[in-house]
Design a protein around this ligand. Structure first.
Ligand code: ATP
Length: 512
């Protein structure tokens, strides 16, 4: 099936099974804003818990924070967002569609990469076992020509972005003959800057309301609380502050479902370190964060780092963790070495001394910061994309199964009486009443067992138990595994410890 079709199926599965709904659905939705349904909110909470515990529980020197969305407007002046949190936008005059100029060019670079990969794949087929990929890439004239084109474009683009040279960005789009995917034409407007922050007013207008912003990242809430947390927690460097919360960006191009939203959620951790040690910590955090993703078991080949050549104004190193989505490798998380930029800026604008006194060296300095920043929604999407599976069964049936990591699954266990009589529902309810304190359980007695299993497969429930007539005498139930569909007989008394091992966030954390 084409990857595009797979993605469409995932989007409709999310809606049909209560994971993600368009916002204000009965009013036909609101662009790039989504609501999480009864299963979505559980999955999302589990992702957040996995992240939070991996940060705050597993690191003695990381503490949490929950700062407000509204902040003093000077915060965004100091951070550079008022002046520089812009995207270059361009319109196609024929389709009237708006695009990010940088994204159009990055897509073009990706097309060159795809062309190279296709050439390599063709050659591999031709040469079979004797194929030497490295040699082919280094010598094939066709591949070399495409690499040269891609590199030249890349260099030109990086320079234009560094200088924020809007005319040059447009010229690149024209020279590369990039056409609008909707109209197919190259009738482009000039490139303009567009600030992504949402504004609103605080206070009544009669009193002279002032403009404030909805935060475009959670990080600044951490920076402005650095002194509060360091002092009250008597924190010693290196230490981190972790926060999960909503962020808002008026994205120009709102496509790809929950990949790019206008209201989304971030999980950010700012790690404060001694100046000069930041690049070692940057490397360490890259590995720690990659290991967090890999522990989910989605296949190490589906992740890669993308080191930034164009660094944000505050960074001295930056890398993204990209995941293979149905629409290509895409950023899920950013790891940035932000220097002492933010703390120094806030010191300057607030007039406060924001420093650390190092008791070991008797020095005062402004700490440097390594940031790890991951979008909950993008993480949710990567989990969904990897887990969605349509399977043909040996008996000719087919099923849709969400192979969610058990620790993230919304419901861990479905409890089903075989029939709705003979005391089986009562027995099943009793088991549920015991287990519901430990796991999220569902009770289902409607339809045939086969239908009930399919319903649970579609929402990713890792285990089902069936209560039958024998249960009443032998105290055992049939435990059915979602992925293998194997069924085993298990004493009710063993269920809790047996499942705890398989479905708890703790079991996932132990893999780290
Ligand atoms: P992009 O280049 O895709 O716009 P970014 O580099 O601006 O992303 P960051 O500012 O580094 O993103 O934000 C950190 C993380 O927050 C991203 O890795 C992503 O997971 C998430 N994120 C950023 N913007 C959005 C958005 N509009 N919708 C959903 N998640 C987002």
């Amino acid at each position: 099936m084409a990857q595009e079709d797979v993605f469409k199926k995932i989007v409709s599965h999310c809606k049909e099974y209560g994971f993600v709904f368009p916002s204000s659905d009965i009013y036909d939705g609101l662009g790039a804003v989504y609501d999480y349904g009864q299963n979505g909110v559980e999955l999302k909470n589990n992702i957040k818990q996995y992240w939070w515990k991996s940060m705050v529980l597993l690191h003695e020197n990381i503490v949490g924070l929950d700062s407000a969305i509204f902040m003093h407007p000077t915060v965004w002046k100091a951070s550079g967002h008022v002046d520089a949190f812009n995207d270059p936008l361009i319109d196609n005059r024929d389709s009237k569609k708006r695009y990010r100029a940088d994204v159009l060019i990055e897509d073009q670079i990706a097309k060159y990469d795809e062309k190279i990969d296709k050439e390599v794949a063709k050659a591999r087929k031709r040469f079979g076992d004797s194929f030497d990929e490295a040699q082919y890439r280094a010598t094939s004239p066709r591949v070399l020509e495409t690499i040269a084109k891609r590199d030249a474009l890349h260099e030109r683009y990086a320079q234009a972005m560094n200088d924020m040279n809007l005319e040059e960005l447009k010229q690149i789009i024209l020279d590369e003959e990039i056409a609008c995917p909707i109209s197919g034409t190259r009738n482009w407007t000039d490139v303009r800057q567009f600030n992504l922050m949402f504004k609103t007013e605080v206070g009544s207008t009669a009193d002279g309301a002032s403009t404030i912003y909805l935060r475009p990242e959670t990080a600044q809430g951490i920076f402005v609380n650095y002194l509060n947390v360091q002092k009250t927690g008597r924190m010693k460097l290196p230490f981190g502050i972790a926060q999960i919360g909503k962020a808002f960006r008026n994205e120009i191009v709102a496509r790809q479902f929950i990949f790019r939203m206008r209201e989304f959620e971030q999980m950010e951790m700012q790690f404060f370190v001694k100046p000069g040690t930041e690049l070692d910590w940057f490397k360490k955090w890259k590995q720690t964060r990659l290991a967090w993703h890999q522990a989910l078991g989605f296949g190490n080949e589906n992740y890669r780092f993308h080191d930034h050549e164009k660094l944000a104004h505050y960074a001295n190193a930056a890398s993204d963790i990209e995941f293979r989505m149905p629409f290509g490798f895409k950023e899920v998380e950013g790891i940035h070495s932000r220097t002492n930029f933010d703390l120094s800026q806030h010191a300057k604008y607030s007039g406060r001394k924001i420093e650390y006194f190092d008791p070991e060296t008797n020095e005062r300095y402004t700490p440097y910061v390594i940031e790890t920043s991951i979008g909950v929604d993008r993480m949710f999407l990567s989990v969904m994309c990897h887990s969605y599976c349509e399977e043909q069964l040996p008996n000719g049936d087919s099923r849709v199964v969400l192979r969610l990591p058990a620790a993230l699954a919304p419901t861990k266990l479905a409890i089903m009486p075989l029939v709705r009589k003979d005391g089986l529902p009562e027995c099943a309810r009793k088991i549920m009443d015991d287990l519901k304190f430990h796991f999220n359980c569902a009770y289902d007695e409607k339809d045939s067992i086969g239908k009930r299993y399919r319903r649970q497969d579609a929402v990713g429930t890792p285990f089902c138990i069936t209560v039958d007539h024998d249960t009443l005498t032998d105290g055992c139930v049939t435990l059915r595994d979602r992925d293998t569909m194997e069924q085993t007989r298990v004493p009710v008394a063993d269920l809790c410890s047996l499942l705890e091992d398989k479905v708890s966030i703790t079991s996932l954390l132990k893999k780290l």
